[in-house]
Design a protein around this ligand. Sequence first.
Ligand SMILES: Cc1c2[nH]c(c1CCC(=O)O)Cc1[nH]c(c(CCC(=O)O)c1C)Cc1[nH]c(c(CCC(=O)O)c1C)Cc1[nH]c(c(C)c1CCC(=O)O)C2
Length: 361
Amino acid sequence: YGYDDHQADFPQLQNDTFLRAARGEETEHVPVWCMRQAGRYLPEFRESRAGKDFFETCQTPAACCELTLQPLRRFPFDAAIIFSDILVVPQAMGMDVQMVAGKGPTFPEPLKEPEDLQRLRVKVDVGKELGYVFKAITLTRHKIEGKVPLIGFTGAPWTLMSYMIEGGGSNTHSKAKRWLYRHPEASHMLLRMLTDVIVEYLLGQVAAGAQALQVFESHAGILGPVEFKEFALPYLRDIARRVKDKLKEAGQDVPMVRDGDHTLHAHICTQSHRCTVCVCVCVFRERTGGKVSLQGNMDPCALYAPKERISDIVKKMLEGFGTRAYIANLGHGLYPDMDPESVGAFVEAVHTHSRQMIKQK
Ligand SMILES: Cc1c2[nH]c(c1CCC(=O)O)Cc1[nH]c(c(CCC(=O)O)c1C)Cc1[nH]c(c(CCC(=O)O)c1C)Cc1[nH]c(c(C)c1CCC(=O)O)C2
């Protein structure tokens, strides 16, 4: 994509706790960041975004850079995530998506029947359609001055497919699930098209300077285990394999986070028949032989609790996950009505408790 030449002069990384935890190595404290850490709970975010169209902001690298850096000026987060959205991928494939105030993302012309797949671009020129994200990443990687690593991200195929068919948020997701049952072949075709674009998109983000990648499968939880295994998991695996192989060829080691608190919860718990998150974690740690790092998953609503209570909840979470191969985060994004001070208390509690636990080992 022509961004590789920037790699050499990126500032030296000073805090690599996130990357080490992702690789399963020891750290001095458990790294922490929050989904939607750049968001409306910050007055400076609301000010920067005021009166501007959401996707126009996404297409403006300087604005993305500023919004990504804002939370880092307030809190000692151990990672930053580039300001963008998962729905830029359906846009790149030729679909119109708008962010409607009070309603969320909206597709004026969602996919209705398999014939509608013909409306999508057959071959997506990812560098051309999503080059603005790559530019935002390169700029932000410079401006972050090596303070923390920069995470790039994408939506996963099933989650994007469900948006493209539902045309926006949904309670039942029945239109998207109707495709799975009624048009399984067309569903797989769409999932494959998305997978191909996503692989190139993730590789382009790394070339542009992303130091870790996250694949959001936000709608994993609406599939039962059988449907999940047929329509979600194979594509997540294909993406991981193809991206890792390509990066390996280039001698790069970039951690990939598979979003999956629901996935882990639903698809491991159905087998263990014990449904506390803590048990899931233990089962998962056991099954993967400790080879996989975990990220998550405090209930964001716990941030409505008083500070001391947040601290206790964090402590219990750390005891459940353990301090190694673990990245603290929330199970969902921060909500606009959250108090920035509570976010600060969360970050501080993770750092303080984990330092103590690691010292006592
Ligand atoms: C499903 C999904 C979307 N977008 C995303 C997901 C996956 C994660 C998840 O499950 O939440 C991912 C996303 N969206 C955004 C980021 C930026 C980075 C960050 O987390 O700080 C990330 C990582 C910006 C955003 N994306 C959006 C906002 C809020 C709107 C605004 O700033 O004007 C932000 C900061 C809008 C968005 N975008 C999306 C929705 C459903 C909404 C509306 C939600 C709402 O109104 O709160 C789609």
